[in-house]
Design a protein around this ligand. Structure first.
Ligand SMILES: [Zn+2]
Length: 191
């Protein structure tokens, strides 16, 4: 999911020499086929997975996002990360492995964006509250509940793991307008 905060957008893409070097993955854009595929279940919980999740957080921050799913960096696996605080509060970092929505309630209609669909924003209807069951990097199951933006981010990222983008959830007319915008951007070399 794309960050909506203007302040966060200004963060320069600089590296600190003292910091451990983490691989930054490029975010793929629609219509890359990896975005339409169902991600594979994660069955091995090793060091490689831990490193990969760290890389996902860093790649998300680099792209100015608050949520990222593995298929968005061309890895077709059921892994997603969310940090609504955008680096400000480590407690808000959520790494989800093999997540499933187990309960949902209510409705909300808010604008949504996606790192794989830059500059596109549309109102999307989502559940107002969700409960998600997922594994952590060690394979331990846990539950996370969220409302408002967190509920939206959880649903958006879990959709990615099933090959669903937010533009799949808007009206046909709006989708056609979005497609036109994308085609124009592609033509101008901006996509
Ligand atoms: Zn997205």
């Amino acid at each position: 999911m794309a960050n909506t905060s203007v302040a966060a957008k200004k963060t320069p893409a600089k590296r600190h020499a003292a910091k451990k070097l983490v691989r930054i993955h490029q975010v793929v854009k629609y219509p890359d086929p990896v975005l339409a595929a169902r991600g594979e279940e994660v069955t091995v919980f090793d060091e490689e997975l831990k490193t990969f999740v760290e890389e996902m957080f860093e790649s998300m921050y680099e792209a100015q996002g608050i949520g990222l799913a593995a298929p968005q960096i061309a890895v077709s696996k059921r892994i997603a990360v969310i940090d609504l605080s955008f680096k400000k509060n480590p407690e808000e970092k959520i790494a989800l492995v093999n997540p499933q929505i187990v309960e949902m309630q209510g409705k909300q209609l808010e604008e949504e964006g996606c790192l794989s669909l830059p500059e596109i924003r549309e109102k999307v209807s989502r559940a107002a509250w969700v409960k998600v069951r997922a594994q952590d990097v060690h394979g331990e199951w846990f539950e996370v509940e969220g409302e408002e933006l967190l509920a939206r981010a959880l649903q958006h990222e879990i959709d990615h793991l099933d090959g669903i983008l937010f533009i799949d959830k808007i009206s046909r007319l709006k989708r056609e307008l979005v497609m036109r915008k994308i085609k124009k951007a592609q033509k101008n070399g901006e996509w």
